[in-house]
Write a protein of this length. Structure first.
Ligand code: WTA
Length: 627
């Protein structure tokens, strides 16, 4: 697509004949066997299958097919946490060799097609080799963000019954280094399915290696050769599992399959960023999140792009690090999160002005709504008013970008994700479940037709998949987000309408945080809501009821934060903890979160109807003690 007319035409084709449209996209790939039929679906069951009967391996499409033209082109350009450590250029040829070796290393440990492999690793090229190495042999990767605690890691390993864990001695984050192996050791005490743990040396931290279970990456990689045939996968075989927080209960292992995910991530990368041959592309996400899977690895590599992978943080050694990296590697396309933009916006402009950002052509954001102020700052100071900004709305569950401008093609509007990608059919619903027609409306965002990379199920719990996404509005996929569709038909995502809060772009289930807080022996019960936070977008506000009167409030606050960090990970620590004598509950015992949200937002002028509460007096106390 080269202009807006093309977009309109392509969108129209994709809606009037989706099967023909996606088949023509799928024709651009290497298939070991062509599909028999394009689509089979029923959102009531729910069931979705794309490219039925097709056989492929995604790594052949991301690596092998590029070798004739790009063996020596950089596939992965790696920048260390430490600006003094040399960067690394992994060419497509080298990527091929390393991925094959990892495949062989896993096979040597008995890993077979369909086995689950957990990857708990830092942002280094070897992590990409690990992910793609699994895909090479048909093992299902389950990447767990290396900021999660031992308990969270063990839950994820156990939920999918992983056989092998790939990790490293440690990881660098700014001036800190974290001993990942110690966290894995603790998790593996509770993970009986894990037979082997392969450890990459990164920080040279002192770690302990358990005989028979633990192996060094460098030893094992030496024993294998660099030729590994790509396993033939069915289009609907599992490619990976990736956990995301649920509004109740434990995290959900979202299942993505090979064929549809490949086609959709390739297509959306190409179209959204209008990627052109030779450009250097940088997505700042961690590979532990869906953005890293789809738009550091699979989408860019499938397009033969050069994808920059950054180990560090935006604030170290100083607040100019991102801009330094852009100058150093002449980055053309830069894709980051609103929370990063907001935190960098707070730093003096001199951190930006020191660097030559003239290589930039396209900017992107993902993960949460971007406020207008941050959008303008990004546009003006980073894009210098000449780089289109693509505000991409999508989810772990959707696999790829769903609503977004196409860079340079779709007219942008600050804080609007704008228009659906071809193949995406949004429907805005009112609270009684009717589709709202026309423009100038606000409601709940659903999608009424399948696209190739929709998650197929929740690993081991199809009923929960149905209940969470297909039951609120029968026959439609419910996103959990609210949205507006303005007079022009542009979509603006207004945020979650369920009990998920998005903290610095990370999904946190309030129930999960509450159950962690409740682990503290002094805590009787708690309720967690989000509140607007300057930098994080949303912060975590916890209302906590203790068994006994408290003497040292701040001491207890710190203890509670530590418990949460231990159980879930530091990203889930509450920003504010208010001690209360009781929670506002309905007569049936349901916590009235609406009221708590208002208090947390600092807006107590109109709390709505509180007469149905069991104890209305508690509301006055909560208002008076608001932080
Ligand atoms: C939110 C991240 C507004 C949304 C790819 C969604 C956004 C959740 C945007 C998914 C955006 C993501 N504008 N909100 N451009 N992008 N979100 O699974 O609430 O980590 O449901 O996937 O992030 O988060 P997840």
């Amino acid at each position: 697509m080269n202009n807006f007319q093309d977009y309109l035409a392509e969108y129209q084709q994709s809606i009037s004949d989706p099967e023909k449209f996606w088949a023509s996209q799928a024709d651009n790939f290497v298939w070991k066997k062509k599909w028999d039929s394009v689509l089979q679906w029923d959102f009531h069951k729910p069931e979705v299958k794309w490219f039925i009967g097709g056989k492929l391996n995604i790594t052949e499409n991301c690596i092998d097919r590029h070798l004739p033209q790009r063996a020596n082109q950089t596939a992965i350009l790696w920048e260390s946490n430490d600006p003094k450590e040399p960067s690394r250029n992994i060419t497509y040829q080298q990527l091929h060799e390393q991925v094959c070796k990892v495949g062989n290393m896993l096979k040597a440990q008995g890993v077979k097609k369909g086995d689950r492999v957990c990857i708990y690793m830092p942002m280094v090229p070897e992590t990409s080799f690990a992910i793609l190495g699994c895909a090479r042999i048909g093992a299902v990767h389950s990447v767990v963000f290396a900021g999660f605690s031992a308990g969270s890691l063990a839950d994820r390993i156990n939920d999918s019954g992983c056989k092998v864990v790939l990790t490293s001695d440690g990881t660098f984050r700014g001036d800190k280094s974290i001993n990942l192996k110690a966290i894995v050791d603790e998790a593996l005490d509770k993970s009986p399915t894990v037979e082997k743990c392969i450890v990459l040396e990164r920080t040279k931290a002192k770690i302990s290696m358990k005989p028979a279970r633990d192996l060094w990456w460098h030893d094992e990689m030496q024993k294998v050769n660099n030729q590994c045939p790509a396993e033939e996968m069915d289009a609907e075989d599992l490619l990976f599992i990736l956990y995301t927080s649920g509004s109740t209960g434990k995290p959900k292992g979202m299942v993505h399959t090979c064929g549809g995910y490949m086609v959709y991530t390739d297509y959306t990368f190409k179209q959204v960023f209008q990627y052109k041959e030779g450009q250097v592309y940088w997505c700042t996400a961690d590979v532990g999140w869906i953005t890293g899977h789809s738009y550091i690895l699979y989408g860019p590599l499938s397009n033969g792009a050069t994808s920059l992978m950054f180990e560090g943080v935006p604030s170290w050694p100083d607040m100019g690090r991102f801009w330094h990296v852009i100058e150093k590697h002449k980055v053309n396309i830069f894709y980051t999160a609103p929370t990063a933009i907001r935190s960098l916006e707070k730093a003096p402009l001199s951190f930006v002005e020191k660097y030559d950002l003239s290589s930039l052509q396209i900017l992107g954001t993902v993960g949460e709504p971007i406020n207008e102020e941050a959008w303008h700052w990004y546009d003006h100071n980073i894009g210098k008013g000449k780089c289109p900004i693509v505000d991409t709305w999508w989810q772990t569950e959707t696999g790829g970008v769903m609503i977004s401008p196409l860079a340079g093609i779709t007219k942008t509007k600050p804080s609007f994700a704008t228009l659906p990608m071809p193949g995406v059919q949004p429907a805005v619903m009112d609270e009684s479940g009717n589709e709202m027609m026309g423009n100038g409306i606000e409601g709940r965002l659903t999608i009424k037709f399948p696209w190739p990379s929709i998650a197929r199920t929740i690993y081991g719990d199809h009923q929960r998949f149905k209940d969470t996404y297909f039951s609120t509005f029968p026959g439609k996929y419910f996103t959990g987000d609210g949205c507006k569709r303005d007079e022009e038909g542009y979509y603006r995502i207004t945020g979650r309408v369920d009990d998920i809060i998005i903290v610095s772009g990370h999904n946190m289930g309030t129930a999960e945080v509450e159950s962690a807080i409740d682990e503290h022996s002094a805590v009787c019960e708690s309720a967690v809501v989000g509140f607007p936070h300057d930098i994080k977008g949303q912060g975590i506000y916890a209302f906590v009821v203790t068994y006994d009167p408290i003497h040292e409030e701040n001491h207890l606050r710190n203890e509670i934060k530590d418990v949460v960090a231990k159980i879930i990970g530091p990203i889930a620590k509450p920003d504010k903890i208010q001690f209360v004598s009781g929670l506002p509950k309905t007569r049936s015992g349901k916590i009235m979160r609406r009221i708590l949200r208002k208090v947390a937002e600092g807006d107590t002028s109109n709390l709505g109807d509180t007469t149905t509460l069991l104890d209305p007096a508690v509301v006055e106390e909560i208002k008076a003690g608001a932080l």
